[in-house]
Ligand binder design. Structure first.
Ligand code: ZN
Length: 258
């Protein structure tokens, strides 16, 4: 058994791999152990998923959408306690406000005790994670989603490992590049983040969905949407123009909704 990223022996791998992190609400799309080796699994958790999930934009998305992490905790949102110039966390689950940094605790308490009223500023806009990190995050999901498709269809995923055309994306995701040059992707909002869908008498919110779009040029585009934002990335080349042309021809409709 070989790892789909580093192609090394992965038979000793014991953990299942979440294609989309659990902290984004995914419990169903997982890969069996040994598709991704322990080393790659750890690398992605530390170097890609953690910084992505802990970026202010994603933390606040998880907070707004009340998505619990593995330990059942919704990440707190941050605000500024203006009177002391301290960044604080607001925890809606137990209605508490506390300094984000341990070192601010004394000053936070002293300021609270000496004032009758204070000002709390909550920011509504947070910067998105940078494109280099986002591209690696989406690219990792793309390769794993491909393996997931093969497994679902009862095919061996050996072909993914052998496929040389996947090597540039594989390498970008697993090793990055020294110039921090990103892999192109297309990002756009296709519906609002808390849209409620209605189908066959039931109401539901879509957390994420993905698919592969096969282009006439033989290029494969991975498309994923979470909370209304669609990301599209080519598996074969570091150019997304093919998808943009496809959109122009198809009235900007998302291929997720044919
Ligand atoms: Zn590996």
């Amino acid at each position: 058994m070989k790892c789909i990223f580093c192609k090394e022996d992965s038979s000793s791998s014991k953990s299942i791999e979440h294609i989309i992190p659990e902290s984004l609400g995914n419990t169903e799309h997982v890969l069996p152990p040994s598709v991704v080796c322990e080393k790659c699994n750890n690398y992605f958790a530390r170097k890609i998923e953690k910084p992505f999930l802990e970026s202010p934009f994603i933390v606040h998305l998880r907070n707004r959408q009340e998505i619990v992490n593995k330990r059942g905790i919704i990440p707190p949102r941050s605000a500024l306690y203006l009177d002391a110039g301290i960044q604080v966390n607001i925890d809606d689950q137990d209605l508490s406000i506390y300094p984000s940094k341990e070192s601010d605790v004394d000053r936070f308490i002293t300021t609270l005790l000496t004032r009758k009223r204070g000002t709390l500023i909550s920011l509504l806009h947070h910067p998105k994670p940078d494109s280099y990190l986002t591209a690696r995050f989406i690219g990792k999901i793309a390769i794993e989603a491909l393996a997931h498709r093969f497994i679902q269809a009862s095919l061996t995923y050996e072909e993914i490992i052998e496929n040389k055309e996947l090597d540039p994306l594989r390498s970008f995701v697993r090793y990055g590049n020294s110039s921090e040059q990103s892999w192109e992707y297309n990002e756009r909002e296709i519906y609002i983040e808390d849209k409620i869908f209605h189908e066959n008498g039931s109401y539901y919110q879509l957390l994420h969905e993905f698919m592969f779009l096969q282009m006439a040029s033989n290029e494969t585009i991975f498309i994923i949407a979470f909370f209304g934002t669609e990301y599209a990335m080519s598996l074969d080349r570091n150019i997304i123009q093919g998808y943009r042309d496809w959109l122009a021809k198809n009235h900007d409709k998302s291929p997720l909704y044919p």
